[in-house]
Design a binder for this molecule. Structure first.
Ligand SMILES: [Fe+2]
Length: 383
């Protein structure tokens, strides 16, 4: 259809207005996004083809004075850049700015609180394959304003596909800009020998490992890797020894009230065509005996909450946007009992008072449809 003079004029006027508009805040390929926050330090990451040096500054909201400044030299760290900021204060809220050449972007930092202080977190996973459903989850989690997010894996369809990562970061940017994501690798991040490389590069995780731990207030979180440092779903010997030691330490730490572990392929599955990850069952049982309070997994694209026959509370949170899988529903399956099991997109809201911990599954309408309190003061026989 030929353009009418009116449309031509309108187009010219819009072009002129666009030219007069302020320059967009940033042209980073990904991010900036927050990683590896604890009580004193945080890492800011972004992706850019720029070869110029970069500056990251941190200040308190509404203040002009920089509290911290990190210069990232123009070495060959492109395209993935990162700056770790030290000397920040426990529980404090900050804003940060990344400047690189003509690009500039801001975000927020929420530092981990000391034990005993209240906070909230979000747990989700398996967002792969459907950016629109993932965006709906992200929108709900943003409204919840958690301190941080735990991700149970399968962030992308194939870990080697850069376009998938670009889509992931684009969709999740409203979350990732201001709060750290702590992910474990799913089977889709590790479908080939070198596929895990991008996952490794894009996330700056505690320990610099695929399995790691972090503390937020009264909670100790442990990421169990069953895809990279593992064989047939079973963590390797080094990781197993580390996990056992970590649960023991958390159990003896008076500041930690609960230990929560998360992994991709969990030990129990109500998917009619799956058995669950049998390779990790014995280890998880052992960790429970040592003091583990909750296990959260993904891989099955539904929401489920239940309890192992020996007592461990578990959740399956593979409901973060990927096409839903069927579930056999609530019931007693011998090795475990499922109290709730539903094919529905959802994330889990965790709220801690500083001692008591409540978890709720929240659907895309914002409705909390399954809530429970983590038992307190569970007695654990110490070896
Ligand atoms: Fe998976």
């Amino acid at each position: 259809m030929p353009r009418t003079p009116y449309n031509l004029l309108t187009a010219l006027a819009l072009a002129a207005l666009t030219a007069l508009a302020p320059h967009p805040a940033a042209a980073f390929d990904k991010g900036p996004y927050v990683q590896n926050v604890d009580t004193r330090q945080a890492t800011i990451m972004w992706s850019s083809a720029s070869s110029e040096s970069a500056k990251v500054t941190v200040r308190k909201p509404g203040k002009n004075k920089d509290i911290a400044r990190v210069i990232v030299p123009s070495t060959n760290c492109a395209p993935i850049w990162e700056a770790t900021v030290n000397g920040l204060q426990t529980g404090e809220h900050y804003v940060y700015t990344v400047e690189q050449g003509a690009d500039r972007a801001e975000g927020e930092l929420q530092m981990a609180p000391r034990a005993g202080k209240p906070f909230s977190a979000a747990i989700y996973g398996d967002n792969r394959s459907d950016p629109r459903a993932h965006a709906a989850i992200v929108d709900r989690v943003v409204q919840d304003d958690p301190d941080f997010m735990v991700h149970t894996g399968d962030l992308v369809v194939a870990g080697s596909l850069e376009a998938d990562w670009q889509s992931f970061f684009q969709v999740a940017q409203p979350l990732l800009r201001n709060r750290p994501l702590f992910p474990v690798a799913g089977n889709h991040e590790q479908a080939g020998d070198d596929e895990i490389e991008r996952f490794r590069q894009y996330f700056h995780l505690p320990n610099g490992e695929f399995y790691f731990g972090f503390t937020w207030g009264n909670l100790r979180f442990l990421a169990i890797d069953v895809n990279v440092r593992a064989d047939a779903g079973m963590p390797d010997a080094a990781q197993t020894a580390w996990l056992v030691d970590q649960v023991r330490r958390a159990e003896r730490d008076p500041a930690i009230t609960h230990t929560i572990a998360f992994l991709h392929q969990g030990p129990f599955s109500s998917n009619p065509v799956r058995t669950g990850n049998l390779g990790v069952r014995d280890l998880v049982h052992r960790l429970y005996d040592l003091g583990l309070d909750l296990l959260v997994s993904g891989h099955d694209h539904y929401y489920e909450r239940g309890r192992a026959a020996y007592g461990l509370n578990y959740m399956v949170v593979g409901s973060g946007g990927a096409p839903l899988y069927p579930t056999r529903g609530p019931g007693d399956y011998g090795a475990y009992q499922a109290f709730q099991s539903i094919s529905q997109h959802a994330f889990v809201r965790l709220r801690s008072t500083g001692r008591a911990v409540n978890l709720c599954a929240v659907n895309l309408d914002g409705v909390a449809f399954d809530c429970f309190d983590l038992p307190q003061n569970r007695s654990v026989a110490r070896p």
